[in-house]
Design a protein around this ligand. Sequence first.
Ligand SMILES: [Ca+2]
Ligand SMILES: [Ca+2]
Length: 249
Amino acid sequence: MVTSVHHFRRVSSIIGILSVVWTLTCTPHVFALTTQEIEQIVEQFYPQRLIDESEADFQKGGPAPFRARAFQVGDLDGIGTDNYIVAAYTNGFSAAIRVLKLQNDTAALVFEPNLPLLDGIYPAVELVDIENDGRPEVAVHFSSPRGTLTDWVFRWTEMELSLIGPASVNQHGDVFTRLFESSFFDVDGDGVLEIVQGPMKATEVYSFDGQNFTLTKSLVFSRRSFVSQRPLSWIRENLKSRAQGMALS
Ligand SMILES: [Ca+2]
Ligand SMILES: [Ca+2]
């Protein structure tokens, strides 16, 4: 009898442990989403206007419809949970950026910047904490037909992505980034990342003033043809050392 009670208690405690494990593994939670499930969510939010544009173009004899997308999951609002997806989409020509918010395993489109001049072939999304405050900023890169990357840098401010990277406005009032082939690098070692841009025309260093990036250093290459024959990895390293030299001098 003693043995069977003891046995019963052991079985009960095992069932108890199993139910805790079951609860932990089966309770829906943002963290429980698999990469494949997140990819499906990102695909569901592929912008219809990019599909329509591709198909209209194809009907007029253009190239076959094309889709590319990239994304990162991150904690944009710094609450300790990776509850946002930043996704970038292209149809090979036009592009879009969408911020999706995850909640109870569902996603909602919460912001899409109105930037008609976003374009490119393949997108890439990078989350980088520029001023080291625990909240990531967003850099989105698009490859161009010439192979160079254009870079758009944003900051998540409450409800929207605001463009903080260097940008200009064309005659129609549309904003376009002035960044290409850039990288983040702490030139002056103060813990805040600068943007170092190059490599063909000039080395430019943009510094963050808390609101935007502004040009703080510029150096034109005197032997452009020499530089352009070098591999990109060499150019990037050279840019970094030049940028450091400029900051120190
Ligand atoms: Ca930050
Ligand atoms: Ca710095």
